[in-house]
Design a protein around this ligand. Structure first.
Ligand SMILES: [Mg+2]
Length: 208
């Protein structure tokens, strides 16, 4: 099978925020409601795909919480803390070999903006935020991924989607693309079985 497009998830796949920053953010936001989070709870909040359940379990209204959270999780706060994984250099490699590249993520717009800056806009053909506020259903709904594939002139069977969570496997299956999971060994709590697991994005060279 010949692939000609590689699309990536962002958080935990191409970029990350160090634990001291994610814990600070979570503790600060919950702290405004008089709730003291432990490091373990802060990590669970950050990495779980059931963040809204966690907020509810703490007795908070989800929308109210996010309003407070967003006051702290700003462009200015993330700018010095958002880091690119070393193996994200694969994007530039893929691009130089003529592959189409893109990002489909549920991350906030300021994270997408910062990521584009550190990856280099010239290395990305398409960046889409899979969130209702941006006009798309969130992952695992394939709407945003399919839109990205079409906008770069690719086809699903010729596309690889790389992510780090269950929703990334599910969105790939729904869109009919090859699902690849990068295992960073940090917080891999997966239920789904991906078609391919890799430990470094450079393993994608086998396909490029
Ligand atoms: Mg992710």
């Amino acid at each position: 099978m010949k692939y000609n497009a590689v699309i990536f998830d962002l958080d935990g796949t191409l970029v990350y925020t160090p634990l001291e920053c994610t814990r600070y953010l979570a503790k600060k936001a919950f702290g405004e409601f008089g709730i003291n989070l432990s490091d373990e709870e802060a990590d669970y909040f950050w990495f779980s795909h059931k963040r809204e359940d966690f907020i509810g379990e703490k007795g908070l209204d989800v929308e109210t919480f996010w309003d407070v959270y967003r006051k702290h999780d700003t462009y200015e706060f993330r700018k010095p803390s958002l880091k690119l994984y070393e193996d994200a250099g694969i994007i530039q490699e893929a691009k130089s070999k003529g592959y189409k590249t893109g990002i489909v993520t549920g991350a906030p717009l300021h994270i997408i903006l910062l990521s584009q800056q550190i990856i280099g806009r010239q290395n990305l053909d398409c960046s889409i935020r899979a969130q209702k506020k941006s006009g798309f259903e969130p992952k695992p709904n394939p709407q945003a991924l399919i839109h990205c594939i079409e906008s770069i002139g690719a086809k699903s069977p010729e596309t690889i989607y790389v992510g780090n969570g269950d929703e990334d496997v599910l969105v790939s299956r729904a869109a009919g693309v090859l699902d690849v999971i990068i295992e960073r060994g940090e917080h891999d709590l997966m239920k789904e079985t991906p078609s391919l697991r890799i430990k470094s994005l450079y393993e994608l060279r086998d396909f490029l």
